[in-house]
Design a protein around this ligand. Sequence first.
Ligand code: TRP
Length: 460
Amino acid sequence: MTSEPSVAGAGSAPSGKPKKREHWASPLGAILAAAGSAIGLGNIWRFPYLAGENGGGAFVLIYLGLVFTIGLSVLVAELAIGRLAQANAVTAFHRLGKPRWAVIGWLGVASALIILSFYSIVAGWTVAYAGKMAAGAFTAEGTQAADVFNAFVAQPLTPLLFGAGFMTVTAVVIWRGVSRGIERLSLVLMPLLLLLLVALMVRALTLPGALDGVAFLFAPDFGAVDFDTINAALGQAFFSLSLGLGAMLTYGSYMNSAHNVGRSAGAIVALDTGIAISAGLVVLPAVFAFGLEPGAGPGLVFVTLPEIFAQMPLGQVFGTLFFVLLAFAALTSTVALMEPVCAFLIGARGMRRHTAAVLTGMVAFVLGIPSSWSLGMWSGVTLFDMTIFDIADYVTAKLMLPLGGLLIAVFTGWVLGGRIEASLAPQGGGGVLVAGWRLVVRFLAPVAIAWILVSGLLGG
Ligand code: TRP
């Protein structure tokens, strides 16, 4: 780690030492991989249930506002830092700034492990649900989807087995290298998922009573907004765009100067937001049409969708396909959560890729066991009224990711300054956009995130 190549050339291949760093096969491949990271359970599972819990319209509007200002800017920052440093997150901050900035990378490694721990459990549910749909578990007269869900997640062993299986597949993908396979997989599966989502939207929106769900999602009631709503929206913006822990930074480190960071970021944000809103337009109209409870929590999508499929021609087929595609969307995200940890173990600790993948997978799996059990036999173990699963989600999405984003914004705006701007607009173009971005990373993002974090903590 001593005689590193100069980083001045914004991702140009290091000339002196022939230490090769893997790169994306093409700019489109890079966008697809980053979009694959962003699009996942965050859009289809987490966004609809958070919108439901937080009163709908106002939450959605605040979310959109945060995504297109702070979210987009921090995404550009992460990709650009990675591309400039050509290194994992810990090494990147160390190399571009003073050693103490590496704390952002450490915080990120911890966040990635915790998120991966409960995310892989939920990903396991999607695989199990693909099986349940195929077996026709929801077609029998009088089956209550909510009972099926609660009984499934409360089991001590089965969800863990699915979670372990999912973690194993993730580790195998990491083992073989991210750019091989995952790029191509995303190319086929993401358009398919989008298509199916549109079909589901048509079915959901034509259910009697569905328009109440549309009104819920888009008619804001700002009277009900408190800091918790804003903190939830901020956390979801970071979670959904894979920001704040160095995941996008790591993917940016596999880019070179041929990749346009700004344009890639715009495409990723547009795709990610489009999918989240579409998922909201499937789930909430159905919630209202079936007289379910919008604030039902993490089970919402697993309860609502089987009810929609039951009312669709070929519902069993579409249902199976949907959960299979959702599992793949989750896989491109678990890969993106595991990669920053492995890139660190490989780049800064000299570990071999397969050892890093196995180690990270095992640690994250063990960390996830209490989260899974907290939906069953450990449901009574709570702190501030939150179960272990809730705490893992809260601490990462609402605290660690925004804190990471704040530090990344400050680092980019105040420490890197002109260096990073030169890498964003090598020909000196894009003046207005770069100037706007500079204002956000220097002022808006740090101040707004600090304000939301402090108020959220003080307000309880
Ligand atoms: N963004 C993914 C989703 O919405 C989850 C995810 C992948 C993630 N990598 C991340 C979240 C990094 C935070 C940070 O499902």
